[in-house]
Design a protein around this ligand. Structure first.
Ligand SMILES: [Fe+2]
Ligand SMILES: [Fe+2]
Length: 283
């Protein structure tokens, strides 16, 4: 057995990492989901009284869950059950609002259908994590994360482009550049994920690609942070309903970067050819 086989088959590589810290995840996502309910509420037409009340009820449910999550050191028992119930409820609520739009059964307000689907997918990911925290192969897990988050990052840019005032030409131009980059990265991540199904013993290209993803996501994170500051200082023309939305998407970029920080070293250790895993800049 080669050294590489020994590493790959070691219990740590088979059962990697990838055990999420569920309490940390819950604290992160419950804030995100509370904000989703707020964004939907702000985007609903004034006449949608019932849907607005439902959104407000969800905001309060997640506020309370967040208070409870701050007081515990483990996520278990009644709190875990209540959290799962609330996440299921908000997934169903988002699906209902989206369905209404798809069926032209309600006025759209300013909630884009793609935004509703986007935040529904984010909640589904969190629910899966709460229910099935099963460790997987680190390479497959890294690529799954990249495909999920790159789609999310690409959509954030698309929302920002559509929320900026048309006169914000410089910012729109920068955002268009990001959109092209992240569309390419997403397509590549999907290709690499498909190739990884063949279970290669090493796949160093993924390491190079991931470094590229990290560099671009850092730049996008900074762009979102700067846009949030401009909105907060009232120096940005847009129809963003609340500057919090820009901070929200910045936090999601940081979450993606944190996940990559955990997984990339694992993949480097378990599925790269020793001595050939330095990332060579490609310019
Ligand atoms: Fe979100
Ligand atoms: Fe998002």
């Amino acid at each position: 057995m080669s050294q590489q086989d020994v590493t790959r088959n070691s219990p740590r590589c088979r059962n990697c990492v990838c055990e999420y810290n569920r309490l940390e995840e819950a604290r992160f996502w419950s804030r995100i989901l509370q904000e989703h309910a707020l964004f939907i509420k702000l985007g609903l037409p004034a006449g949608e009284r019932e849907l607005r009340e439902e959104a407000q009820a969800l905001i309060e449910i997640f506020m309370e869950l967040r208070r409870r999550l701050q007081r515990v050191s483990r996520l278990e028992g009644q709190l875990l059950e209540d959290l799962i119930r609330a996440v299921r409820a908000i997934i169903e609520y988002k699906a209902k609002v989206l369905r209404n739009l798809l069926q032209c059964a309600a006025e759209p307000g300013s909630n884009y259908p793609l935004l509703l689907d986007h935040i529904r997918r984010e909640a589904v990911r969190f629910l899966n994590l709460l229910q099935r925290p099963v460790p997987q192969d680190p390479l497959l897990m890294l690529l799954e994360q990249e495909v999920f988050w790159l789609r999310i990052m690409k959509e954030h840019i698309e929302f920002i482009i559509h929320l900026l005032d048309p006169s914000e030409r410089e910012l729109i131009n920068q955002a268009e550049e990001f959109r092209r980059t992240f569309s390419r990265l997403l397509e590549t991540a999907r290709d690499l994920q498909s190739m990884a199904d063949t279970k290669p013993k090493s796949f160093n290209t993924v390491l190079r690609f991931t470094q590229d993803v990290i560099n671009n996501t850092r730049a996008l994170r900074d762009f979102k942070g700067a846009a949030f500051e401009l909105a907060r200082l009232c120096q940005l023309l847009s129809i963003v309903s609340n500057p919090l939305l820009l901070d929200h998407v910045r936090r999601e970029a940081d979450k993606f970067l944190n996940e990559l920080d955990v997984l990339l070293p694992e993949v480097r250790r378990c599925t790269s050819i020793p001595g050939q895993n330095e990332v060579v800049p490609f310019n």
